[in-house]
Write a protein that binds this ligand. Structure first.
Ligand code: ZN
Length: 306
């Protein structure tokens, strides 16, 4: 079965001008993955409905994204909108929904959503860190509507996915695992933060010191992650794939190579091979390195689906 790629030119419509989270990121990715397209099943995203977005976000937040986009108002200095941002963010949120529908029908097993704006900083009540709606959190909740009970989220973006963590903080049905650069934006993701009440023990944060190398990153993915997945026994694995952990990224300072990222992706794909997996593009701001990292990820996914 060919892996699924969700892509669409609609994602080039959220245009906030001279901003690191630019349309050029996705143009570079779409150009670089063209050669892989014959080996992929390519689908367009769905427009997430209000009801689906409200599985994670408050009505107040949903309305605010709609209103702010209309007048191109910013949520904060980093998180801007353009006229079509509400629609584009709804398609980004609907990408995981499309992938899940196809996986649920038995038409796919592995998927990559090449989308923007990213999502993992968006909390149930607020937009921040370039993120309007939390794409991966909405997908996890939608998966539960379809009947997947236990979901494991892996977040390898160099920044901590505070919005995803917040969403599932008190929840024992969705495990949140994050590796990120210590003390970087947004400042959350302390290893002592493990969830509360029912969710206690279902959040795992592993900050890496600035200038950490492949061996330090891969140590966590080889020695910690498989144990956590084995004891949780998820029915679905979702991945926040942020490529700003690469050594060339202008917004962060880890020393992770292309090979390191590819090995990490292989380690993820080896987890419970029968369990469906969906990757969601998050960060990555050196467009050339980003395009190469996404290509390498897709090549690895293709290899695993044969
Ligand atoms: Zn990031």
């Amino acid at each position: 079965m060919k892996p699924l790629l969700i892509k669409d030119s609609i994602f080039l419509e959220h245009d906030t001008g001279n901003h690191p989270e630019s349309i050029e990121r996705l143009i570079a990715i779409y150009n670089s993955i063209k050669v892989l397209e014959p080996k992929l099943q390519i689908e367009k995203p769905l427009l997430a409905t209000k009801k689906q977005i409200l599985l994670v976000h408050t009505l107040e937040h949903y309305n605010r994204v709609k209103e702010y986009a209309k007048i191109e108002k910013a949520f904060d200095a980093d998180t801007l909108t353009s006229k079509t941002s509400f629609e584009v963010a709804s398609y980004a949120a609907g990408s995981g929904i499309r992938a899940l529908d196809l996986i649920h029908m038995g038409m796919a097993h592995l998927a990559f959503c090449a989308i923007r704006p990213p999502g993992h900083h968006a909390t149930p009540t607020d937009a921040m860190g370039f993120c309007l709606f939390n794409n991966i959190a909405i997908a996890a909740r939608y998966a539960q509507v379809l009947g997947y009970k236990k979901i494991f989220i892996i977040d390898f973006d160099v920044h901590h996915g505070n919005g995803t963590q917040d969403t599932f903080w008190e929840d024992d049905s969705v495990f949140y695992f994050s590796t990120h650069q210590a003390f970087a934006y947004p400042g959350t993701g302390n290893p002592n933060d493990i969830g509360v009440s029912k969710g206690k023990g279902y959040t795992f944060n592993y900050p890496l010191m600035p200038n950490s190398t492949d061996s330090e990153l891969l140590d966590v993915y080889t020695n910690e992650l498989p144990k956590l997945v084995k004891s949780f026994q998820p029915e679905l694995i979702l991945i926040s794939a942020g490529y700003d952990l690469h050594e060339s990224d202008p917004l962060a300072s880890l020393d992770i190579t292309h090979e390191g990222i590819q090995t990490m992706v292989e380690t993820i794909l080896l987890l419970q091979k029968e369990t469906p997996k969906i990757f969601f593009l998050e960060g990555g701001y050196n467009t050339k390195a980003l395009a190469k990292n996404v290509s390498l990820t897709l090549e690895t996914i293709i290899k695993f689906s044969n």
